[in-house]
Design a binder for this molecule. Structure first.
Ligand SMILES: [Zn+2]
Length: 92
């Protein structure tokens, strides 16, 4: 089960990208709109490489938007492969 992308598409009060989970304390890497993740229902969320990878790792059926630059998409997929779902819950 993934979590729905029901967060607003704006920056959080902590000044992080929209892909950063509220429970995830890690800071952004790069721009807030380096990449976009699409969940299996077609909802999109833009975020930095770091948080898009963390989101992707825990979101079943999600993928990187096809318009994302190939080097960013590859970076996200390779990072997500190394991450457990919801990495922040176990302190990663
Ligand atoms: Zn971020």
């Amino acid at each position: 089960m993934g979590r729905p992308l029901d967060r607003p598409a704006s920056h959080s009060p902590q000044g992080r990208c929209a892909a950063a989970a509220a429970e995830d304390p890690t800071p952004c890497e790069g721009s807030y709109d380096d990449a976009t993740i699409i969940d299996r229902n077609g909802a999109e969320v833009a975020g930095c490489i770091h948080h898009c990878a963390r989101l992707l790792a825990g979101l079943e059926g999600a993928r990187v938007h096809p318009f994302v630059l190939a080097r960013h998409a590859l970076d996200i997929y390779s990072r997500a492969r190394e991450l457990p779902p919801f990495a922040w819950e176990i302190g990663k």
